[in-house]
Design a binder for this molecule. Structure first.
Ligand SMILES: *[C@@H]1O[C@H](CO)[C@@H](O)[C@H](O)[C@H]1NC(C)=O
Ligand SMILES: *[C@@H]1O[C@H](CO)[C@@H](O)[C@H](O)[C@H]1NC(C)=O
Ligand SMILES: *[C@@H]1O[C@H](CO)[C@@H](O)[C@H](O)[C@H]1NC(C)=O
Ligand SMILES: *[C@@H]1O[C@H](CO)[C@@H](O)[C@H](O)[C@H]1NC(C)=O
Ligand SMILES: *[C@@H]1O[C@H](CO)[C@@H](O)[C@H](O)[C@H]1NC(C)=O
Ligand SMILES: *[C@@H]1O[C@H](CO)[C@@H](O)[C@H](O)[C@H]1NC(C)=O
Ligand SMILES: *[C@@H]1O[C@H](CO)[C@@H](O)[C@H](O)[C@H]1NC(C)=O
Ligand SMILES: *[C@@H]1O[C@H](CO)[C@@H](O)[C@H](O)[C@H]1NC(C)=O
Ligand SMILES: *[C@@H]1O[C@H](CO)[C@@H](O)[C@H](O)[C@H]1NC(C)=O
Length: 416
């Protein structure tokens, strides 16, 4: 060990709880002690990034005492899934699940990995599955997981084993008697996202091909899903992603639709094993601004304080931002993020901000627990950026860190 610089890495969740207002187990505080007596501290958080090239990269975001951030790769898992499309982190058990779309092969795969503070992932389990899984959600108190399979027109459920492994429970495969209004994209059902409702009693699946939000009640004894009446979204809209809000005694569901480039709010009424959707708001994804030709709405998340809805849109090229390479004067083309203020009484949305995403095709993004940083996965730029966010105003600020990732980035999740 070098005598002039002693590095101690502490992993003390309790201590960090008060320090960072986070209950993270994988936040590491590094104390750099030098013989000269200088002490600098930095907090580091791990993030996982999936890329279609076949990798799950672990990044570490750290903040120096002067406030500046650094984002670096600390581990890479290469080759256990050919085309990772989505990551779901069960932070309670330290297990990361990867959906692999299997773009160039007949089947997809799903796999699970144990996480570690170093960022190293260790594979626990792997299954060949119905083609095209693109999203998953853990439900029934961590006992099961549901996957949406885009290419394979299916929804599948899996029991989660104590090891973090998975065991097939149910397969629902859907067909359509004729193509939807957008025949190029709606030639078949295309489940795009699986979500757990706030009561933990229903799974919702947005189906882009069938213009449906499929509804399932959960049998808590067996973790099996029971199909209920689906909600019919407007024809040709292409439901993609969604998010819930419980506000007083009301529950709202926000749905972003890729083909129609719309955002809608629905008030949910709970029945016995059924859900009723009442539309309370609907707008283009750019508010009162015209939707640019070629735009494709993507992500839809609620801020941790439940006051703002955050969405992203691909292929609009509306911004030209400074190059992240300070020595390169060529501007970068950027697609967009949108911020909406939620009316907590009515569920209506007011368009608040249009801001650059940091590159091309912000397919997915995730917000840290505090809500002051957002990690954006930029598919066509092969990049992850961290953008700061004013929690109170709900608006995005500057990019504080970025890193290039080989291939097409499909998702990025925080481990805190
Ligand atoms: C802040 O500190 C980091 C790490 O010590 C250093 O690399 C960076 O240059 C500093 N930034 C500023 C603006 O002083
Ligand atoms: C992944 O592994 C393959 C085969 O060994 C190699 O060619 C490729 O460069 C690796 N990719 C990354 C991003 O490390
Ligand atoms: C679901 O389909 C897969 C094939 O992709 C099969 O291996 C599995 O046994 C099926 N599960 C059930 C419960 O039928
Ligand atoms: C829901 O809450 C509002 C405002 O607190 C109240 O006026 C209303 O009666 C409540 N409705 C139900 C069905 O509880
Ligand atoms: C609720 O729905 C379940 C499943 O469909 C059914 O078994 C049960 O009898 C229903 N209960 C009531 C009170 O309607
Ligand atoms: C992006 O938009 C352009 C029109 O501006 C369109 O021609 C192109 O097909 C779009 N690309 C994708 C991948 O949607
Ligand atoms: C930018 O150029 C300066 C001067 O040539 C060099 O010292 C610096 O390392 C460069 N920075 C980057 C990020 O490449
Ligand atoms: C500068 O940035 C542009 C846009 O990303 C890129 O095409 C170009 O290769 C970069 N130039 C250098 C010298 O790195
Ligand atoms: C569109 O503009 C009207 C009038 O200014 C405003 O009331 C409405 O909230 C705007 N729509 C959105 C989605 O922000």
């Amino acid at each position: 060990m070098a005598l002039d610089s002693l590095q101690i890495v502490l992993l003390l969740p309790q201590l960090l709880h008060s320090f960072c207002q986070s209950s993270s187990s994988w936040l590491a505080m590094r104390l750099h002690l030098s013989l000269g007596g200088l002490v600098t501290t930095a907090v580091a958080t791990n993030l996982y990034v999936s890329s279609y090239i076949g990798t799950i990269t672990t990044l570490q975001l750290s903040q120096a005492q002067n406030g500046s951030y650094a984002l670096k790769q600390v581990a890479i898992n290469n080759g256990s899934a050919p085309n990772p499309s989505w990551l779901t982190l069960d932070s309670t058990n330290g297990v990361l699940y990867c959906a692999d779309e299997g773009l160039s092969v007949p089947d997809g795969t799903i796999s699970s990995y144990s996480t570690s503070p170093s960022g190293q992932l260790k594979q626990i389990d792997r299954h060949s599955v119905i083609s095209g899984p693109v999203s998953s959600v853990v439900y029934n108190d961590g006992k099961a997981q549901a996957f949406a399979h885009y290419t394979g027109s299916s929804v599948t459920t899996w029991s989660i084993l104590a090891s973090g492994g998975l065991q097939s429970l149910q397969n629902f495969t859907y067909t359509m008697s004729s193509p939807g209004p957008n025949p190029a994209r709606q030639e078949a059902p295309h489940p795009h996202e699986a979500l757990l409702d706030p009561t933990g009693s229903f799974i919702l699946v947005n189906d882009l091909g069938a213009d449906l939000v499929r509804v399932y009640s959960i049998d808590k004894k067996t973790s099996e899903l029971i199909e209920s009446t689906p909600f019919h979204a407007p024809p040709g809209s292409g439901p993609r992603h969604g998010s819930f809000l419980v506000s007083g005694n009301q529950t709202f569901y926000f749905l972003i639709s890729e083909l129609g480039n719309t955002i809608a709010s629905y008030k949910l009424t709970y029945g016995n094993a059924s859900l009723e959707f009442t539309q309370v708001f609907r707008s283009g994804t750019y508010g009162n601004n015209t939707v640019p030709t070629g735009a494709a709405a993507a992500e839809c998340l609620i801020s941790p304080d439940h006051k703002f809805l955050l969405t992203s849109s691909r292929n609009d090229s509306l911004f030209h931002i400074d190059n992240f390479d300070v020595n390169n004067s060529t501007k970068l083309t950027s697609d967009t993020l949108q911020t909406w203020e939620i009316n907590p009484y009515t569920g209506e949305l007011a368009f608040k901000q249009l801001s650059p995403a940091g590159g091309l095709f912000p397919r997915q993004f995730s917000v840290n627990k505090l809500g002051d940083l957002v990690a954006v996965g930029l598919q066509n730029s092969g990049r992850v950026v961290i953008v700061e966010r004013d929690i109170k105003a709900g608006t995005y600020g500057k990019f504080v860190a970025e890193i290039d990732i080989p291939g097409q980035v499909t998702s990025v999740v925080w481990d805190e």
